[in-house]
Write a protein that binds this ligand. Structure first.
Ligand SMILES: [Zn+2]
Ligand SMILES: [Zn+2]
Ligand SMILES: [Zn+2]
Length: 169
């Protein structure tokens, strides 16, 4: 079986408070396994644990928080092991690093091999949603190409207030 590469065309919905997040998380883990299998690589225990911690919510999480949660039960995982796992997860398109927060978020389009993504980051609750807007990506690529610049990665981080925080403000 090959990993699905269906382009994501559905309108992304901002994650609602109280939604069935256990389902998001289990679905993400299942997809991650499929991506690893398709790429003939392995989601080892540490990689899986780090991915699970990242998927515990839609709020980006920092490497040190991941480490302290991993070791909360008396474990002795070294920081380097967490960084290596994060690097693996990023290299395989399973998580993204948000530079503005120095934190990690699970990819909403795993297996799509995208180096371009846009994130809507709520400054009130921290919830972050990934947009994958093809028109936006095309417009940026075009504007950048006109300036003779070649793109390595194109991560756009947009800060603001999510619909749920706006509704309760
Ligand atoms: Zn969720
Ligand atoms: Zn992504
Ligand atoms: Zn919010």
């Amino acid at each position: 079986m090959t990993a699905r590469r269906k382009p994501s065309t559905e309108t992304p919905v901002f994650p609602k408070p109280g939604h069935n997040h256990a389902r998001c998380a289990s679905e993400a883990l299942r997809k991650a396994e499929a991506v690893c299998t398709a790429r003939k690589t392995r989601l080892t225990d540490i990689r899986r644990q780090v991915l699970e911690l990242i998927w515990q919510s839609h709020v980006p999480v920092g490497a040190y928080e991941i480490l302290s949660q991993l070791n909360a039960g008396g474990g002795r995982t070294a920081p380097i092991a967490v960084y290596r796992a994060l690097e693996f997860l990023m290299d395989n398109g399973l998580v993204h690093r948000l530079a503005s927060l120095n934190a990690y978020i699970g990819c909403a389009h795993m297996g799509d091999d995208h180096h371009a993504a846009q994130f809507l980051i709520c400054r009130t609750c921290g919830t972050t949603a990934e947009l994958e807007s093809a028109p936006l990506k095309r417009a940026l690529t075009h504007a950048v190409a006109e300036r003779g610049f070649s793109i390595d990665s194109q991560i756009v981080e947009i800060s603001g207030v999510c619909p749920h925080c706006r509704a309760t403000a």
